[in-house]
Design a binder for this molecule. Structure first.
Ligand code: AMP
Length: 279
């Protein structure tokens, strides 16, 4: 049975016991409303660690939009049933006061890599992510932490501050899990109407087509412009970015001479979608 723990002290005692027996602890930080993408991380953690903690915390500090926070889907009973069926040892689900007690005054800020892409459109978002992940690494004392490539920039940010602050955890990136029609799984997808859900997979198809055009020699800028037009035509709106960036430093790339990814953020009705693929 997956045990639910809400207090950091209680978690610390549990983990101390595991560590005394020489066990390697893996953690999967999430905001809940779990889907196959999250479960794939839990499975990777299961395979690569002796004990697995999945954390569920809808972190107010990483939301830059009050209504997005309010509308964020939550279903702990369902999450717990899924984690139980995956053999996860602990669901750590602290309340906001447990994570940010009165007087909390510390922020982890990563510079450089946080500035483009999500950083431009979600000011403060990565401060929230880096701060809460530092805290979760401290609270769980995990030796390995599993993150999805779905949030490519986030994965880079976490790797950066863990290195910079000498936090003793190994960050492991895991591939994006998609619906059969190509839509990247996301907790926010449940907010799409049936008609919007039917349009959503066009995003991945358009990205794949643009990537394949680039590999066949089409100029990067032309391929991106054509992809933007196709997305607007399909019914997406407000393309915040659709860019080619280097895999590691997320520097702008204008050709395929080094390993690059295509990253996108846009809106479909009232839902903001992000995705990225290797090119
Ligand atoms: P979230 O609950 O959305 O904050 O995501 C928690 C973790 O799950 C992050 O490391 C995400 O990158 C990862 N994740 C979310 N969606 C997917 C997906 N479709 N495939 C793989 N990992 C995912």
């Amino acid at each position: 049975m997956t045990e639910v723990i809400r207090s950091a002290d209680e978690l610390r005692e549990k983990v101390a016991g595991w560590k005394r027996s020489g066990m390697l602890v893996g953690v999967v930080p999430t905001m809940g409303a779990l889907h196959e993408g999250h479960l794939s991380l839990a499975r990777a953690a299961r395979e690569q660690s002796d004990r697995v903690i999945v954390t569920v915390f809808v972190n107010p500090m990483q939301f830059n939009n009050a209504s997005d926070l309010e509308k964020y889907p939550r279903d702990e009973a369902h999450d717990l049933a899924l984690l139980d069926s995956e053999g996860v040892d602990v669901l750590f689900a602290p309340g906001v006061d447990e994570v940010y007690p009165d007087g909390f005054a510390t922020t982890v800020t990563v510079s450089g890599i946080t500035e483009p892409l999500e950083g431009t459109f979600r000011p403060g978002h990565f401060d929230g992510v880096a701060t809460v992940c530092s805290k979760l690494f401290g609270m769980t004392q995990a030796g390995r932490a599993f993150f999805g490539e779905k949030d490519w920039q986030q994965l880079q940010v976490v790797q950066r501050f863990v290195r910079d602050l000498n936090i003793p955890v190994r960050i492991i990136g895991c591939p994006t899990i998609r619906e059969e029609d190509g839509l990247a799984m996301s907790s926010r997808n449940v907010r799409l109407s049936a008609a919007e859900r039917a349009v959503a997979p066009v995003l991945h198809a358009v990205m794949q087509a643009a990537a394949s055009d680039m590999r066949e020699g089409k100029a990067v800028q032309a391929a991106l412009m054509d992809a933007q037009a196709a997305l607007l035509e399909a019914g997406f709106r407000d393309i915040e970015y659709l860019e080619l960036r280097t895999v590691d430093g997320l520097r702008p790339a204008s050709d395929l001479s080094q390993p690059v990814r295509m990253l996108v953020a846009l809106w479909l009705a009232d839902v903001r979608l992000i995705d990225n693929i290797a090119v």
